[in-house]
Design a protein around this ligand. Sequence first.
Ligand code: KIV
Length: 273
Amino acid sequence: MSTYTATDKSKVTTRTLAEMKARGEKIACITAYDYTIASLVDAAGIDFILVGDSAANVMLGHSTTIPITLDEMIVYAKGVVRGAKRAFVVVDMPFGTVTADVNTSLKNAIRVIQQSGGEAVKIEGGSEIAPAIEAILAAGIPVVGHLGLTPQSVNVFGGYAVRAKEEEEAARLIADAKMLDSLGCCAIVLEKVPSALAAEVARSVKAPIIGIGAGNGVDGQILVVQDMLGMNRGFKPKFLRHYGNLGDLIEQSVNSYVGDVKTVDFPSATECY
Ligand code: KIV
């Protein structure tokens, strides 16, 4: 594990992401859902914060991302936007908010950007929603695509297994990535696909490819912040590296506090007015 000192403190924009890909600098991305964590990851030098609909899982305790609403996403995003000074802030469009219905999709994307202050939206899906993505881009909203394992389609896929292992799905994924790139998406998330395929996609498109479980031949990486900090105990897919053990730390710290309250050790004389 390494330490990183940022030299460029200027605001990350869509242009920065394109420049980073052009010069081969990897893009470090993470999720966040509140002001405090956004401030901390921003200070740590993260380039790109995603207010992911994984908030459904890690903030609200749902078993899939499907139940989270646009209003809930906007509340989380508002806090993140206030905490992020340098990072590019992207807000996920939740399940059912971007579909073949172009007008409703556009209205939803405009509402997210206007009400949250986020700089871009992320949208799961490919050719089936191309007209909606085109309209959102035409309205001046940067779009991050999301292909491969798109968790909003878990009930179609029948689980969270690696996608595009077969030739036909891999070819469709490459075609979708090229389509999103030609529409003008500022980045594309590729989730849980074979590394060789992800690297091929990254070589084939201008948009930076941000991987999660997609190997290191892509242009950047993203992880869910609670997962990489070890707060989501018991969740350890192959692609995840733990950078901390905050789950145990929080439990032990709060347990010490409980003990101190019960034994009247806290507050001490120096902690009283
Ligand atoms: O919602 C999310 O956190 C995501 C990332 C896993 C890419 O979509």
